[in-house]
Design a binder for this molecule. Structure first.
Ligand code: ADP
Ligand code: MG
Length: 464
């Protein structure tokens, strides 16, 4: 039978090690600011790369014409076409197609991955109605949202530094991903020029600012996590070129790789990291993002099964399958408001093929989900407060009291995991204080990254 004392020991020990008291979060925010400065100073001085995006002007709202975007960064990829209306015309039409990436392509060859993407783009264009016409003599232009760390040398080129989020294709690393895509498009006979290469955070920032001028940063909480913000060019010591006219530069932080000794890591996090294809990397992301939260819960449940016979005398075989408990399942359990935690019971039954659990055990599973989500949401809030700090929006300025700061937020985790979202917002308020919090808002930029990439293709069009 179950060893209840041991179960509670494992639960309480885990909860304690996941603790994120506010003083600790403030240290994490300060460490984030330090790492940001170090990353702005040099390319290898920090756990976060603070990549220069070559976007020194965000879209103005005057962009006009038909543009395309491709969004590759997680489980699905998306192709979009966007008809922009010119000065104050906003977005006239948008259409998209979404296709899952076959898992074998995530760990196959570069040619196969880009070949597949190009063939889907070809399909998308083949289905295009006659209302989408380019002026004659013009090639289609595309903004490519590619949400992995890329070292850019211009707005339309950049070499892949490393994969993440389950992708692992060795022969792409070190290559120019725009060239890889252009080659594949040409092979498919697609007449399309890749005009802008952008990270999803940068796309979300561009899309967010298009609709709200107070947007200063973008954060993604989806399969992975990352952030981008507008920095003063003169505050970027590693920038070697002439200062852009705008005086600004968008920085893609690559904050998923953030590391500091203050992160509340547990033995389960170490084990998850050890068994991941990018071991030692993306530690912050592995504590926060949708790809990993459910897996952390599974690992604790495994320990309970092994050491406290939590599921009875035999361990449910499915419990040993990595990533079988997905974050959407975890969030469904965490949102279970029924008095006898019916959804926790049925989710466990569906996923692990175990008979109904007692209410006491269902409560343990509910608590586990809550502990993991709370830690992730609070750490994400600390990261955001780090951004607000570095741009001086964490205090009330005396000269401009009404100044708003808006964070454009996107990603399935933020969108669908309400408890995570509520915890993040409430923690940010706790970190900043009520007065500053009144000046901050977090806005959901639905699919902002795709639209943002199309906007950036428009504002960097070769026909301008
Ligand atoms: P991506 O980050 O791959 O571009 P999304 O922004 O759509 O894609 O995020 C997808 C991720 O969001 C999934 O991997 C999952 O972890 C998370 N997610 C989706 N639905 C839910 C949900 N209902 N509850 C919690 N997390 C969810
Ligand atoms: Mg995305």
């Amino acid at each position: 039978g179950a060893n209840w004392r041991r179960t509670m020991e494992i639960l309480r020990d885990f909860e304690e090690k996941c603790g994120t008291p506010i003083e600790k979060l403030k240290q994490v925010a300060d460490a984030m600011v330090m790492e940001m400065h170090a990353g702005l100073a040099s390319d290898d001085g920090s756990s976060i790369k603070m990549l220069i995006s070559y976007v020194d002007n965000l879209p103005t709202g005057d962009e006009d014409g038909l543009f395309y975007a491709l969004d590759l960064g997680g489980t699905n990829f998306r192709v979009l076409r966007v008809q922009l209306g010119g000065k104050d015309g906003g977005i006239k039409h948008q259409e998209f197609a979404e296709v899952p990436i076959p898992v074998e392509l995530m760990i196959g060859t570069s040619d196969d991955l880009f070949g597949y993407i190009a063939s889907e783009v070809a399909k998308f264009i083949a289905q295009e109605g006659p209302e989408f016409q380019l002026p004659s003599g013009r090639e289609r232009e595309l903004g490519f949202t590619f949400s992995f760390p890329v070292m850019q040398t211009s707005i339309d080129s950049g070499t892949l530094i490393t994969w993440a989020k389950g992708f692992s294709i060795d022969d792409t690393v070190g290559k120019d991903v725009v060239e890889e895509l252009a080659k594949a498009l040409k092979k498919q006979g697609v007449d399309m020029h890749v005009t802008a290469l952008v990270n999803d955070t940068v796309g979300t920032l561009a899309g967010g600012q298009f609709s709200n001028k107070d947007v200063i940063a973008a954060v993604i909480l989806g399969t992975g996590t990352n952030a981008a913000y507008v920095e003063r060019a003169e505050a970027i010591p590693k920038w070697r070129g002439p200062l852009p006219k705008s005086g600004e530069m968008v920085i893609n932080m690559e904050w998923g790789n953030f590391q500091t000794s203050n992160l509340p890591l547990t033995e389960y996090d170490y084990a998850l990291d050890y068994h991941s294809p990018n071991s030692g990397e993306q530690i912050y992301e592995k504590m926060i993002s949708g790809m990993y939260l459910g897996e952390i819960v599974r690992r604790v449940l495994c320990r309970m099964a092994e050491e406290a016979s939590f599921f009875g005398d035999t361990i449910p075989p499915k419990l040993h399958i990595p990533f079988i408990l997905r974050t959407p399942d975890m969030s469904a359990m965490h949102h279970d408001s029924s008095p006898d935690l019916e959804i926790v019971g049925s989710t466990m039954k569906d996923i692990l093929e175990i008979p109904m659990l007692s209410l006491k055990k269902r409560k343990v599973i509910y608590d586990l989900c809550k502990i993991v989500a709370t830690r992730g949401a609070r750490l994400a809030a600390a990261g955001i407060s780090g951004i607000l700090k570095i741009v001086g929006r964490d205090t009330l300025s005396s000269n401009d009291e009404k100044r708003k700061s808006v964070i454009a937020m996107d990603g399935g985790l933020y969108e669908h995991y309400e408890e995570f979202r509520k915890c993040l917002e409430h923690t940010l308020k706790e970190l900043l204080g009520d007065k500053v919090w009144e000046r901050i808002s977090i806005e959901h930029a639905n699919d902002g990254s795709g639209i943002g990439a199309a906007l950036l293709a428009a504002s960097h069009s070769r026909y301008l």
